[in-house]
Design a protein around this ligand. Structure first.
Ligand code: SER
Length: 320
């Protein structure tokens, strides 16, 4: 088997933090190069400061370590993107095209490019959003991901560059915090519960969105990347689903463990973004093509999140 050397771009982010550790476990610390635009304090492994808007900088790292795979996770997310639409478009597209071009010109074997449920808009059936739904994103982040999906397919068809992609729902994990997304509340709410703080939710109590537990999201990513090439029939991006819930439902699940937990609701500009997104995703293609199967539901995720965050904060909502 060929040796895999993996470059993660955006290794300090919500997914990159956890994926970095998992890839180190799988491939060995010496074969994973974590990179980000800012330093990663106390990281136990190889780290490179890297600005992905700089083509030469990416190529230099690829050549320095003889990289064979790139996980490109850097992007401005949905909520932050709306504050600076043109800058978001420019950054997201420049970084992505740099990665695809470096990969093409340096014989990179595989690239992972994350897409999102943000590619969907009001053209879809929000109760059951199919893989092949028409994409009419309503945020600049969604527009950049929908375009990115088409670029990924273009590079695959034109240059046989093996780019693989998932449309992530909101990702919820205890290991890292999200930044600038519309689904971030679903991580923050657990931190507040364990710290015994009241929580103010920026979405309305009945706003249902698709979500996934970090362990499942990481496993999906690695299973997709390790699936035989001929199994990857979709070269834009795969829908993946796990669970869907509203703020009211996650609050009830937390209250099972933390009965005194209090939540109030102050919807802000993110409500409009959430209202444009699907509630439920159909992921039949991922299940059929590479055997995707989520393990966590809201209850099992909540138990895991609360127990891990109790360890982290050395606190417990039940101590009160
Ligand atoms: N979690 C992301 C966001 O909220 C969706 O991809 O922007």
């Amino acid at each position: 088997m060929n040796k895999n050397t993996i470059l993660i771009i955006g290794a300090n982010g919500q997914l990159g933090t956890v994926l970095g550790n998992e890839l180190q476990e799988l491939y060995g610390k010496e074969n994973v190069i974590a990179s980000d635009i800012s330093p990663k304090p106390n990281f136990n492994g190889i780290f490179e400061l890297l600005d992905a808007t700089d083509y030469d900088a990416i190529e230099n790292v690829v050549l320095k370590y003889s990289v064979t795979q790139i996980y490109h996770l850097a992007a401005i997310l949905s909520a932050n993107g709306e504050k600076h639409p043109l800058r978001t478009w420019d950054l997201n597209m420049t970084m992505m095209l740099n990665v695809f071009e470096v990969a093409r010109l340096n014989n990179i074997e595989k690239v992972f490019f994350p897409s999102s449920i943000a590619v969907f808009g009001d053209a879809v059936d929000r109760e059951n959003t199919l893989q092949e739904s028409y994409l009419n994103p309503e945020t600049v982040y969604g527009i950049s991901k929908a375009s990115g999906e088409n670029w990924a397919q273009y590079y695959f068809k034109k240059y046989d560059l093996d780019i693989r992609s998932l449309r992530y729902p909101g990702v919820i994990g205890y290991q890292s915090l999200p930044g600038g997304g519309t689904t971030d509340y679903a991580v923050e709410i657990y931190h507040s519960a364990v710290k015994d703080e009241d929580f103010t939710c920026f979405l309305k109590d009945d706003t249902v969105l698709p979500m996934i537990f970090m362990d499942d999201a990481i496993r999906a990513t690695i299973e997709l990347m390790n699936a035989p090439k001929e199994k990857i029939k979709i070269r834009t991006s795969y829908n993946i689903a796990s669970m869907s819930f509203s703020p009211k439902e996650i609050t009830s699940a937390i209250k099972e463990e933390c009965p005194n937990f209090k939540v109030d609701y102050k919807p802000d500009f993110r409500q409009e973004i959430a209202d444009g997104w699907p509630k439920l995703i159909d992921d039949t293609a991922a299940r059929e093509d590479w055997n995707w199967n989520p393990k966590y539901d809201l209850k099992s995720m909540t138990i895991e999140m609360l127990s891990k965050l109790k360890e982290k904060y050395k606190a417990s909502c039940t101590d009160i």
